[in-house]
Design a protein around this ligand. Structure first.
Ligand code: HEC
Length: 241
């Protein structure tokens, strides 16, 4: 074979390796965007950005609406008492639709401190931080949070309190979107516990403890919290903190 042709062939072979080298480099070197892909699979496809018009559908909407009446799997929420706090969409349930255990009440306390105490205070008496601030601002438009241990709320069926958390009531906003149903029930259970603790009398104490309580008079009088005490705790509780 004449020499020039051999040279030409060698150069061609060398050149043909360049694309392979480039491909290798772009696959291994760090890069912000998408790496060079030889087979695209479904990584790149046409899509419609939010708030833009679709040319594909006659109505111009890019997302299809659910056919009315469809329910996603596992979201049927047939149990009206559990999910809505009402029996057959008419009466508020008087009984808890779940077993109220110590764990449920503990969970309720934790959630109550997060979602309700800012307004209703840790003791539920309605003197939370938000209330203190609104009172200080004195703008005249503030409706005080209800005392959750008052007779009105004691008399409410549990389903009503659940409904209040879910949808809000009068001036109170809804907390359904933030709190899942099971946690709402846990909070209701804790509200009931607060009511019991606040409205308890000596007659509610077991006989043996009652005797001890009657023997020694309380060291600190459990009167209304002093002005500015927004925790709503009793003086005895605050001393230890
Ligand atoms: C942003 C402040 C705020 C938060 C947070 C809040 N509430 Fe209220 N709540 C209010 C106000 C204000 C009222 C009184 C509304 C009125 O009378 O217009 C009220 C009233 C109530 C009532 C009485 C309703 C009735 O039966 O008349 C209950 C029960 C109640 N809240 C429970 C809760 C629970 C449980 C939470 C926590 C999930 C909570 N609230 C969180 C402000 C709040």
């Amino acid at each position: 074979m004449p020499r020039p042709i051999i040279y030409v062939l060698l150069v061609l072979v060398a050149l043909s390796l360049i694309p392979v080298g480039l491909m290798y480099k772009s696959r291994v070197s760090p890069k912000e965007g998408t790496r060079l892909q030889i087979v695209y699979d479904m990584d790149h496809q046409s899509y419609v950005k939010p708030q833009t018009k679709s040319e594909f559908f006659a109505d111009g909407q890019s997302m299809r609406l659910h056919p009315s009446g469809t329910v996603a799997r596992g979201q049927l929420q047939e149990n009206s008492e559990f999910y809505r706090g009402v029996i057959r969409d008419t009466t508020y349930t008087e009984v808890f639709p779940l077993e109220v255990t110590a764990e449920v009440v503990d969970r309720g306390q934790e959630r109550f401190e997060i979602f309700c105490a800012p307004c209703h205070s840790s003791s539920g008496n309605g003197a939370g931080m938000v209330h203190a601030r609104a009172t200080a601002l004195a703008e005249g438009t503030w409706t005080p949070p209800t005392d959750l241990t008052s007779q009105t709320v004691v008399d409410r069926p549990v389903g009503h309190i659940y409904h209040t958390i879910t949808h809000g009531i009068r001036n109170m906003p809804a907390y359904g979107p933030q709190i899942p149903p099971k946690d709402r029930w846990a909070i209701v259970a804790y509200v009931r516990a607060l009511q019991l603790s606040r409205n308890a009398t000596l007659a509610d104490v077991s006989p043996d403890v009652r005797a001890a309580l009657e023997a020694e008079p309380p060291a600190v009088s459990v009167a209304a919290p002093p002005a500015g005490d927004t925790t709503g705790g009793t003086p005895t509780q605050n001393q230890g903190e």
